[in-house]
Design a protein around this ligand. Sequence first.
Ligand SMILES: C[S@@+](CC[C@H](N)C(=O)[O-])C[C@H]1O[C@@H](n2cnc3c(N)ncnc32)[C@H](O)[C@@H]1O
Length: 349
Amino acid sequence: MSMVMLMMMMIFWGRSTAFVATTSQRCKAVRRFPSASSNVNSWSARFSSSGMEDMTGWTIKKTIQESTKWLEQGKVPEPDLSVQHLLAASLQLSWESGFRDVLQKNRAGVILTPDQAQDYGRKLERRLQQEPLQYILGQWDFLDYTISIRSPLLCPRPETEELVMKVIEETTESPIHILDVGCGTGVIGLALAEKMPDSSVEAIDIDPVAIATSLENAKRILGPSQMSCYSAKLCSAQDFDPDHSFDIVVSNPPYIPRADMETLTEDVVRYENEGALCGGEEGMDVIRVIVEKLPSWCNAGAVCWMEVDPTHPELIAKWIADTPSLNVEFDSTHKDMYGKDRFVKLRLL
Ligand SMILES: C[S@@+](CC[C@H](N)C(=O)[O-])C[C@H]1O[C@@H](n2cnc3c(N)ncnc32)[C@H](O)[C@@H]1O
C-alpha cells in the first residue's frame, strides 16, 4: 500500500457520506444523522422559552454532564463532541486539542466564570437549534488546514478532501494554472495551491460571502509569501471569460438532484445555502455549464475534475459520447471512501 493511500485512510477513517452526514478530520467520529425534526423543534422551543440555565459556578464536570443531557434530549447529533467543542471554545482552549483537553481529569473541578458560562450558554442554544458546529465555532479543519467558515457557505466535506488528494496524485506537470469553479470557503483551490507550490489558482463563485471567506482563508493557509498565487472573483461559471488558459479545472459544484434535497438532514437544509447544494432536476445544471465552457477556458489536453452525485458519471459519459461538438473526452470515474462513484475526470481534446 502506498504512503499516500495509507495517509488517506488515516485521514478519512470513520467518516460519513457527503451531504447527508458530514464531518471532518477534526473529529473522526463526528456524524450527522437525519434527526426527528418534530421532536427537535418542540424540545428546543420549550428549552429556549424557559431560558438557558445559568451555569456560572458550575464545575466543568457538571457542565459536561448536564449540557450533554440537554443536547441528547434535544435530539442534537453528536451531543458529546458538540459539548466538548463548544465548551473548549468558551474556555478558550487551543483549537488543536481543546476539545480533547476539556475532558482532562484535572479540569473536572474547575469552575465556570460568569463570562465563560454566558458564552457557553449562547453557543449551546445555537446548537440546540441544530446549527452546525462549524458555523458556531467559525472554523473547522480541511485536510491539514484550519479554515474560517460561516453560514451559508457549504461546510467542506471529507469527500472533497479526497478530490484534492486525487488531483495532486494525478498531476505530474508543473507549473500549472488551476481554475476552481464554485470555490465556497476556497478549500479546494487553496489546498492545491499550498500543496503544489508551482501552481497558480483562480477561483470563482456567485456568492460574495464565498469570495470574502476564501480570501480570508488564503491568508490563513498560504500566508503572505504565497498569497499572490491565489485570486478569487465574484463570477458565475456561465459568465467567466478568462484572459489566459488553465491546465486543470476542478470543481465541487452544486450537484444534488432536486428530488434528493428532501433527504438532507435538518441542519443542512436550515443553515447551508440551497444554491451551493442543489444542481437542478438531475443535479447537472452547473456541471453542464462547466463542461460546455472547458474549450473557452483551457488548452487541448487540459483536465477537469469534478465531485458529483453517484448517478452522474454515467450521465456525463453518455452525454459526452453523444455530443462530439463538446470536444471533451470522458477519462475516468473514481470512487469515494464509501465505494460510491463520486469523482469524474474529463479531458479536453
Ligand atoms: C458544493 S459548494 C462547494 C464549495 C467548495 N468548493 C467546497 O468544496 O467546499 C458549490 C459552490 O458553487 C457555487 N455556485 C453555485 N452555482 C454556481 C455557478 N453557476 N457558478 C459559479 N459558482 C456557483 C456556490 O455558491 C457554492 O459556493
